[in-house]
Design a protein around this ligand. Structure first.
Ligand code: GTP
Ligand code: MG
Length: 180
């Protein structure tokens, strides 16, 4: 937590593979509604800190670009990047079936590092790009596939780890549906 003019600013960290939709989620959380902002998003280089205020609370969202070269740096310097984190959001692109395994490997690394550093921030996992009618648009993404993915995720997250899994999409008025 960071003190800012005697107010407390909470630190939210958002991580996941490149192209998983993290920066788009950040725009949603900031309440941005104009579509041009969404189409103008470019891959994040390194990390970007976004400030926003909601319901009288100040937040800093640290958006960690997911390209491999950046991921390697975060893993190497994990402690520096993560210190003071109140909430960590991990994003999996459910439409990127080919990279489920890679995304789960990155998740394992992050959880292992959190444990090694004895950190236990509030942890949310977003199954993202869960667009309305996804099963009609993309026939590969069916209930069975998602349930298998959720099972794999639950096997990775330790029992004593406070966490919540949600499905999310930018194509709904941003909503998240709890899974467990
Ligand atoms: N179908 C669909 N596409 C999305 C959704 N959210 C984001 N996208 C698209 O996914 C692409 C990548 O989005 P970004 O927000 O840049 O992804 P990122 O995780 O920040 O990527 P890096 O900065 O490289 O780590 C863009 O073309 C977005 O429009 C979603 O909910 N559904
Ligand atoms: Mg980004």
């Amino acid at each position: 937590m960071q003190r800012n003019n005697s107010k407390i600013t909470k630190k939210i960290v958002i991580m996941g593979l490149d192209n998983s939709g993290k920066s788009s989620i950040v725009l949603c959380l900031k309440g941005v509604k104009n579509l041009t902002s969404f189409s103008a998003i470019k891959p994040t280089r390194g990390f970007e800190i976004n400030k926003f205020n909601t319901m009288g609370l100040d937040f800093n969202i640290w958006d960690f670009g997911g390209q491999e070269k950046f991921r390697e740096d975060y893993v190497k310097n994990f402690k520096n990047h993560i210190k003071g984190t109140n909430k960590l959001i991990y994003v999996v692109d459910i439409q990127d079936r080919e990279r489920y395994d890679l995304s789960l490997q990155y998740l394992v690394k992050i959880i292992t590092l959190l444990q090694e550093n004895k950190l236990n921030p509030d942890f949310s996992l977003f199954l993202h790009k869960f667009d309305p009618d996804i099963e009609l648009i993309n026939k590969e993404i069916n209930e069975e596939l998602i349930q298998t993915l959720i099972k794999q995720i639950k096997d990775i997250i330790p029992q004593n780890f406070q966490h919540q899994i949600y499905t999310t999409s930018i194509y709904t008025v941003f909503q998240k549906s709890a899974i467990n």
